[in-house]
Design a protein around this ligand. Structure first.
Ligand SMILES: [Zn+2]
Length: 198
C-alpha cells in the first residue's frame, strides 16, 4: 500500500491521455527511484510551463509565450495561413516541417449534435486576419470527418470573397481520419498534394 500522497500522484497521472493506472504506477515508481534524474527535472519543467502557460491571441496555439513561438518566428511565411480545428492538429502539421506559414486554430468544429455554432469558434477572428491583408494562401486542414468537412465548407464560404488562393489537404487522408493520429508521412503527403477548394 502506498501513502496518500503517492496514491494521489498516481491517480493524477492515470487521468492523462494515453496513460492508464498501470502506466501511471510504473511512472511513479520510476520517478521515485530516479529522484535527481527524473523527478526533479520533471517538477521544474511542469512549474515553468504552469507559470507561463498562455493561449496565443493571434492564432490560438497553446504555448508559454504570447504571441506563440510560431507567430513570433520571423522566418515563417506570413503570406500562408493554415486553418486547423484544434491545437493537436497544429502540432501534428508543424511536426511535418513542410508548412512554412502560420496557423489559425478554430477551437473545435461545427457540430449540430454537440451544439457548436460558428460563433463558438474563432471564425470571425480568422476573417479579420485575412481582411487585414498580406495573406496569399489559406490552407483548410480540417479533419476528414463529416463535421470537419462541414466546418471547412462553412469557412470556405466565409472567406471566398477575399483575393486569396484557397486550398485544402489532399484526400489521401483516410475518411474519418483525425490529423493528430496520422503518421507524419501520410500527413506530409496530404499537405504536399493540397488542392484548390472546389
Ligand atoms: Zn500564435
Amino acid at each position: 500500500m502506498a501513502s496518500q500522497e503517492i496514491e494521489a500522484l498516481t491517480q493524477a497521472l492515470a487521468r492523462l491521455p494515453g496513460l492508464g493506472p498501470r502506466s501511471a504506477r510504473r511512472a511513479v515508481l520510476h520517478l521515485m527511484k530516479k529522484r535527481e534524474a527524473a523527478l526533479t527535472p520533471l517538477l521544474r519543467a511542469l512549474e515553468k510551463v504552469n507559470e507561463n502557460l498562455s493561449v496565443c491571441a493571434t492564432c490560438g496555439n497553446v504555448d508559454t509565450t504570447d504571441p506563440c513561438a510560431i507567430c513570433a518566428d520571423p522566418r515563417r511565411d506570413a503570406r500562408m495561413l493554415c486553418v486547423v480545428e484544434d491545437v493537436p492538429d497544429l502540432w501534428a502539421l508543424d511536426r511535418t516541417r513542410l508548412f512554412p506559414g502560420r496557423f489559425h486554430v478554430l477551437g473545435g468544429r461545427l457540430s449540430a449534435l454537440d451544439g457548436v455554432r460558428p460563433e463558438d469558434l474563432t471564425i470571425d477572428r480568422l476573417v479579420a486576419r485575412i481582411a487585414a491583408g498580406g495573406i496569399d494562401e489559406v490552407v483548410l486542414a480540417m479533419n476528414a470527418t463529416l463535421e470537419g468537412q462541414t466546418t471547412a465548407h462553412y469557412v470556405a464560404e466565409r472567406i471566398e470573397r477575399f483575393p486569396i488562393r484557397l486550398t485544402q489537404l489532399a484526400h489521401g487522408l483516410p475518411v474519418g481520419g483525425e490529423l493528430d493520429y496520422l503518421d507524419e508521412g501520410t500527413l506530409a503527403q496530404a499537405l504536399r498534394a493540397r488542392r484548390p477548394v472546389s
